[in-house]
Design a protein around this ligand. Structure first.
Ligand code: ADP
Ligand code: LRH
Length: 476
């Protein structure tokens, strides 16, 4: 029946998709109705998102979805579009991997005080946090005349409904949001020279935003509902965990590695370990760290002019383990470019054997990612006091059985892999709850996931000593 169908538009850094989810008691399934590439555009010295291509992809997908009860939009974090007072988009959103933020974080954090920044926002220092992007854009005509700043999913929601707002889970990634007061950090904005009026009123995941504008011609003019609009927030809703003793790895372009908590951890040790406290659905805290993730693999494949990924992974699996390890979180890997050459350079610098074939490079990347997963899972436990007995891997990385097995081995814990589309499922579940099609808290939503979604279990193999030695090599 129509009343149980929901459309989830999920924009990842590598692709966008519109999925139709059916949800109800004992029922949860997804059908992909449209997938489109997300290709950045370097023009006039700046790396941009192709926001209109993404908007077209969402609209085409929503038309293909047919009648639905509601629509939810999520995307990657931190990036934004600026609107003028008439609601027109000013310029084209800039990609977080653009070089405009080089050196900005160091300067600004020193001025504002890294301890104060962490105490207020709970956020990890990433060079591309919205705070630093805005500092980099300071004094530009666009920013000077802007009336509103809308994060990417909020921008799409604005185009769909005409409503201005900022959904909380994504607002929490800006480093301009007060994690304890659950409000915009207006004092911090003022001290950073950023106009607080740019930021629209906050809205909570689960709230109704308004009907899709009739001019867009979607069947039945469904409501748009606020979901965990940060893709990672929706992915964590979509983790099929039972109980509290789990870590998650939302594994796509990035690996987001951590635990779910009731309250932020704002200790000095946590700040130094660069763990983040992002706001999750239902007031939860996503206590995690960004690990460079499958970007390293994606971007390598691009440098090689394309490759058959399953075949490449088979060959990587046959390579010897731990021949070379690098620290995936080396900032040298952040910008687009020749990742295999940078991996080779990092190996050379660290005195590791330099991989000479694509298979050896991929093996180095996956061993290193598994080690970085291990480091983050362990630190998340130490710093939060939350004990973990299972690691859930969701997102596209759940299809990479070599990485899942290596992660189980590295962590010394079972890995439960799947669902691949946890983000779209989390998006659908929040909408379904708002519509009354399903009920309950996150635990109840996860029980429905366990009942309906397929997961693959990987048991840890090998010895702790070997992984510890490799981790020491990675740390240099
Ligand atoms: P994002 O949401 O950041 O765009 P996804 O969660 O869609 O990312 O994950 C994309 C990643 O999933 C790709 O970079 C790729 O490494 C991995 N992936 C996709 N399909 C496969 C496959 N068949 N086998 C192994 N890995 C895959
Ligand atoms: C993953 C993600 C991650 C952010 C990054 C910018 O898609 O949203 O949580 O840190 O993109």
């Amino acid at each position: 029946a129509v009343s149980t169908r929901f459309a989830a538009a999920d924009l990842g850094a590598s692709s966008g998709r519109v999925m139709v989810g059916r949800a109800g008691p004992g029922v949860l399934d997804l059908t992909e109705v449209h997938r489109f590439a997300n290709e950045s555009v370097r023009l006039a010295g700046t790396l941009h998102w192709d926001i209109l291509a993404l908007a077209r992809g969402v609209l085409d997908g929503l038309r293909a979805a047919g009648p639905v009860t509601s629509v939810g939009v999520d995307s990657w974090a931190v990036d934004y579009g600026l609107l003028d007072a008439s609601g027109a988009l000013l310029g084209n959103p800039v990609h977080y991997r653009d070089a405009r933020t080089d050196g900005v974080a160091e300067r600004l954090a020193t001025r504002l005080g890294p301890e104060r920044l962490y105490a207020t926002t709970g956020l990890q220092q990433l060079s591309f946090n919205t705070l630093y992007q805005l500092a980099a854009a300071s004094g530009t005509p666009q920013l000077d005349v802007a009336r509103w700043l809308l994060l990417i999913p909020d921008l799409l929601v604005y185009w769909l409904t005409g409503e201005i707002g900022a959904e909380v889970t994504n607002a929490s990634t800006t480093q301009l949001y007060d994690v304890r007061r659950r409000a915009w950090a207006t004092d911090l904005m003022a001290d950073a020279g950023i106009r607080p009026e740019l930021f629209p009123p906050l809205r909570e995941a689960g709230s109704r935003i308004g009907p899709v504008l009739p001019a867009l011609g979607l069947p039945g003019a469904p409501d748009v509902v606020a979901v965990g609009s940060h893709d990672t927030a929706s992915a964590v809703v979509g983790v099929p965990a039972s109980g509290q003793h789990f870590a998650y790895i939302s594994c796509g372009t990035w690996s987001l590695v951590g635990v779910e908590l009731d309250a932020p951890v704002l200790t000095e040790a946590s700040r130094r370990a660069n763990f983040t406290n992002e706001s999750g659905v239902d007031g939860s805290i996503r206590y995690l760290r960004n690990v460079m993730g499958l970007w390293l693999l994606q971007e390598s494949v691009r440098a090689w002019g394309g490759a058959d990924l399953p075949d490449l992974l088979r060959r990587a699996a046959a390579e010897p383990a731990f021949r070379s390890v690098v620290d995936p979180d080396d900032p040298a890997f952040l910008p687009p470019g020749d990742i295999p050459a940078r991996v080779a350079q990092a190996c050379r610098r660290a005195g590791e054997p330099v991989p000479t074939t694509p298979a050896a490079t991929v093996r180095c990347i996956l061993d290193s990612l598994a080690l970085a997963h291990r480091r983050a899972v362990r630190q998340a436990q130490q710093l939060s006091g939350r004990h973990v007995d299972t690691v859930h891997v969701v997102g596209g990385g759940a299809r990479n059985s070599l990485l899942c097995q290596l992660t189980a081995d590295a962590c010394g814990l079972p890995v439960l892999a799947g669902p691949v589309e946890a983000t779209a499922l989390g998006n659908v579940l929040v909408q379904a709850r708002t519509a009354g099609a399903v009920g309950g808290d996150l635990a109840a939503l996860r029980a429905l996931l366990r009942e309906t979604q397929h997961v693959v279990r990987y048991e840890p193999r090998g010895t702790e000593a070997a992984w510890r030695a490799a981790e020491d090599r990675m740390a240099g």
